[in-house]
Design a protein around this ligand. Structure first.
Ligand SMILES: [Zn+2]
Length: 263
């Protein structure tokens, strides 16, 4: 009898652990898409905090950023490629070295980041990292922890807006991920880029550059853990593990055109 009780408790705990690690999370794909759409609209309606670069005035810049996004999405490695919406917008703010992606695939890249980097492979690496946070559903998990499922559902269904939606958009723009999720997003950036023409460890350059230049670390990459040096090492190890060459020449010409097309 004692053994039976022990077995019962053991099985219950195992089930509990399996349940808590299981994917997908409570907040499903369709909800994530709707939530992303609400956040995107919130961001577009707040030019003071998010001055979006006008696509009509700067078609060349958008042609390039869309091309880079498509290259990553068409790598054949993005799991939710056909299930999420995937849209990219540029935020005109030269001081911010950042990019982020909402659940559902709405990507935002700051001009500060584009101008800071030197090659398309580097930007593709950072964008791959952001795409991975959405594709691996890290952002949804993090928001679920921070805001609770009930509020997220209400916002996704458009039943709650105003300050709650504003808070959510701001949280997303500066979301702090766990150490595991940062490493996973780095690894997936390598994975995605291995299916493109880009050098698959492009993201590593960003961290190298950050440590060398002493530039202010942007919120998304602010985490004191994992430290940039360890991340560079992990990215290069991943590239080696999946056998993708890291000595490809970088695509600089087209990237210079993207930079030149920005105000
Ligand atoms: Zn990240």
């Amino acid at each position: 009898m004692k053994r039976a009780i022990f077995l019962f408790i053991f099985l219950s705990f195992t089930l509990l652990i399996i349940q808590s690690c299981k994917k997908p999370l409570i907040f499903g794909i369709e909800y994530q898409k709707n939530l992303g759409l609400q956040v995107r609209d919130q961001i577009l309606s707040d030019p003071q905090n998010y001055p979006i670069l006008d696509e009509k005035r700067y078609p060349e810049a958008y042609r390039h950023i869309n091309r880079i996004t498509q290259n990553i999405l068409n790598s054949g490695k993005v799991e939710l490629k056909d299930r999420f919406t995937w849209e990219v917008r540029i935020i005109q703010d030269d001081k911010t070295l950042n990019a982020f992606c909402t659940p559902g695939g709405y990507i935002f890249v700051y001009t500060g980041l584009i101008k800071y980097l030197e090659t398309e492979d580097q930007l593709a690496g950072v964008m791959g990292h952001e795409i991975a946070h959405a594709d691996r559903q890290h952002s949804a998990r993090q928001l679920e922890k921070q805001f609770g499922v009930a509020l997220l559902v209400e916002i996704a269904l458009g039943q709650k807006g105003g300050q709650d939606l504003k808070n959510l958009a701001n949280a997303l723009a500066g979301l702090r991920f766990s150490r595991d999720h940062e490493y996973e997003a780095d690894a997936f950036s390598v994975e995605y880029l291995s299916g493109t023409q880009y050098r698959c460890n492009g993201a590593a350059d960003f961290f190298v550059k950050l440590t060398q230049s002493g530039a202010q670390t942007p919120p998304e990459f602010l985490s004191t853990h994992p430290n940039p040096g360890n991340r560079v090492e992990a990215i290069n190890q991943k590239a080696q593990a999946i056998n993708c060459p890291t000595n490809k020449p970088d695509s600089k010409t087209e990237y210079q055109k993207l930079k030149a097309s920005l105000p």
